[in-house]
Design a protein around this ligand. Sequence first.
Ligand SMILES: O=P(O)(O)OC[C@H]1O[C@](O)(CO)[C@@H](O)[C@@H]1O
Length: 226
Amino acid sequence: MKFFLDTADLDEIKEAASWGALAGVTTNPTLYSRIGGKLDDFHNHIARICEIVDGPVSAESVAMTRDEIVRDGRELAAIAPNVVVKIPTMVEGLAACRTLADEGIRVNMTLCFTVPQAILAARAGARYISPFVGRFDDISEDGLSQLENVVTAINNYDYSENTVNHEQVEIIAASIRSANHVTQAALMGADIATVPFNVLKKMIQHPLTDRGLESFLKDWEKVANA
Ligand SMILES: O=P(O)(O)OC[C@H]1O[C@](O)(CO)[C@@H](O)[C@@H]1O
């Protein structure tokens, strides 16, 4: 499994990248607004993220028609070679995905909740598909089971004939709220988890690691003082 950081915060991205395990970044309009982002600085901000991270950086279009999404997508993709255009899973989004994929632009289909949505996204040439986990949990449904269904359904077939350079479609477990979501997503075979920085920090922590470290240090002090 690969990890993307789900944020638009440059300090979080720099810190996570320094850990050596970061494969990419996802942003969305909410995350950009949370850092006080300005409309006319959006493209520059994506460029700054792409300078920090080599891997895919998802930048979302907020357009609602296929022509506008395609126009947005071309502009976003021109920012850096590792930009992935993020598009909502809706009819206009599918049509735009097809056009952009045919032009060699990688697309991440977001706001995906069901197997049929994911299959249509894969057929329309999506390179990444982002099923949401936490938002299902928010409405008292089981987000992890929904994710598992999407992982199984997509892995049952080969969609690479539809994608840029015939790359494999990858499933990004999105709307991740806990380290346990990551564990379960990895066990079911999701390719990527995109995680907020607070979840990434929790992923490295365990009280037994802390306790073990404390006792190793204490015992090493005895060796040093012997
Ligand atoms: O439900 P949340 O925590 O707002 O997460 C929304 C998800 O949407 C995305 O835009 C999907 O890629 C991610 O940025 C994020 O994982």
